[in-house]
Design a protein around this ligand. Structure first.
Ligand SMILES: O=C(O)Cc1cc(O)ccc1O
Ligand SMILES: [Fe+2]
Length: 439
């Protein structure tokens, strides 16, 4: 069986534990999980007990995150980390270019060099904040054709929201296995080690690295107790461990640099765990899309899947927003996204199909950046069509787009600002919007 076939077989049989923010618990060997206490004098089955904190010990209960891991070896037993190349990964603060008020759009990343795995295939587009201050975010893309086999990755700088666009991924994490294919997203918390195996010959997608407060489900306010992304559709892994006594490279992203250490065993050796600092996979097709059933186009905050709050209520470090299939029924309404200038900065990507504000040029795997206050909205063709359209109920079916919307401008990396796949002439999509004023 090829590696891909093996990974697919594994991904088809996966079990999960449902519910965003739950206190999950699981054991891959009977009796491995202690009961009644977290840290018995001797943990069951000769395992080592270890706490992994995702929040300060003292944060309010509603925000407190930690998991207890019961593992073959304690994480502390590792050799020294040494600096290794950062490849095309960059980290906040982003200072390589001047933040750009222009509207920018990119085609997909070029194909990877043969032998590129997920980690080597990460390419940073830009971001904001400061990883050492735990504020802001980065937008990365990835393009890979090879599974990680004898190495694992962990990101001390932030959590990773992985948005596959092409090719499925099998994520082998310390807490167990998840599979994420296009249309699904995976969330890997800060500090959790994982390996990415490919379920298809190539893999491509987007990553939001969130340096700030961990993503949570948005409050629903008057929407009520249900709707948008429902908590029970977020799936955490169940414990699954590797008992591998062979060299495994652990690559740790720490304050912007990659550091490597070769362990004599796999650190994915957690036999049981419990807690709420856990990865999730979520199927965007489960999103309960809420919109106007009378008139006007609602602001896209109504499509928020996950939000990373800041200290100011309602002002997110980053929101993850999805434009999923939905009905448009607004009467006397310009139905596509309106022309606008937004104090927030918007990076958009496309998972499949088309996006209702753009007739062309915004393609799956590509992306656009509309920074703070930059004027954008429907391109000319979309505007003309939608202004003349007959307003019957209309289903937007063919497309899955998303947005990382952040309170701070996104500064591009030098590689993104100078990329061959940066579209020159993006401004032209708004040219020719003719004068129709008739006083
Ligand atoms: O710019 C975009 O396409 C994103 C967006 C969508 C929408 O429906 C309303 C506002 C907005 O910024
Ligand atoms: Fe916008």
């Amino acid at each position: 069986m090829s590696g891909i076939e093996q990974a697919r077989k594994v991904s088809e049989g996966l079990a999960y534990s449902a519910g965003f923010g739950n206190e999950h618990s699981s054991e891959a060997a009977p009796g491995a999980l202690p009961h009644g206490r977290n840290s018995p004098q001797r943990a069951p089955l000769g395992l080592y007990a270890e706490q992994l904190s995702g929040s300060a010990f003292t944060e309010p209960r509603a925000r407190n995150r930690r998991s207890w891991l019961y593992r073959i070896r304690p994480s502390a037993a590792h050799p020294r980390f040494v600096r290794t190349g950062n490849g095309a990964l960059r980290t906040a603060p982003f200072t390589e270019t001047a933040a750009d008020p222009n509207r920018l759009r990119w085609d997909p990343l070029p194909d990877p060099a043969p032998g590129t795995d997920f980690l080597a295939g990460l390419w940073t587009l830009g971001g904001n904040g400061d990883a050492t201050q735990r504020t802001g975010m980065a937008v990365h893309l990835y393009s890979a054709d090879t599974s990680m086999t004898d190495r694992v990755f962990s990101d001390s700088d932030g959590e990773l929201l992985i948005v596959p666009e092409r090719g499925g991924l099998l994520l082998r994490t310390e807490l167990g296995l998840l599979s994420a294919s296009p249309g699904q997203v995976a969330l890997i918390p800060r500090g959790i080690r994982f390996r990415v195996e490919l379920l298809d010959a190539t893999a491509r997608g987007y990553v939001c690295e969130n340096y700030g407060q961990p993503f949570v489900l948005p409050d629903l306010g008057p929407i009520g107790a249900n709707g948008l992304a429902n908590a029970r559709d977020f799936l955490a892994p169940v414990a699954a461990y590797e008992d591998r006594e062979e060299p495994v490279e652990v690559v740790n992203k720490f304050c912007g640099n990659l550091w490597s250490a070769t362990y004599g065993h796999s650190p994915l050796d957690v036999v049981a765990w419990h807690g709420n600092h856990t990865p999730y996979v979520y199927d965007l097709r489960r999103f309960n899309v809420i919109g106007s059933i009378s008139y006007d186009h609602p602001d896209p905050s109504i499509f928020t899947v996950l939000t990373s709050p800041s200290d100011t209520p309602g002002l997110a470090g980053v929101d993850f927003v999805v434009f999923a299939p939905r009905w448009l029924v607004g009467e006397d309404t310009f139905r596509p996204p309106y022309f606008h200038r937004n104090v927030m900065s918007e990076y958009m990507g496309l998972i499949e199909g088309a996006y209702d504000a753009k007739a062309g040029g915004f393609v799956p795997g590509g992306g656009s950046l509309h920074n703070m206050m930059s004027a954008h909205g429907p391109d000319r063709e979309t505007f003309e069509k939608a202004s003349a359209a007959e307003l019957r109920p209309q289903k937007i079916e063919d497309g899955l787009a998303f947005m990382f919307e952040t309170r701070w401008p996104v500064t591009a990396t030098a590689q993104a600002a100078g990329a061959g796949h940066l579209q020159r002439g993006y401004d032209d999509v708004w040219q020719g919007l003719s004068r129709t004023f008739r006083p």
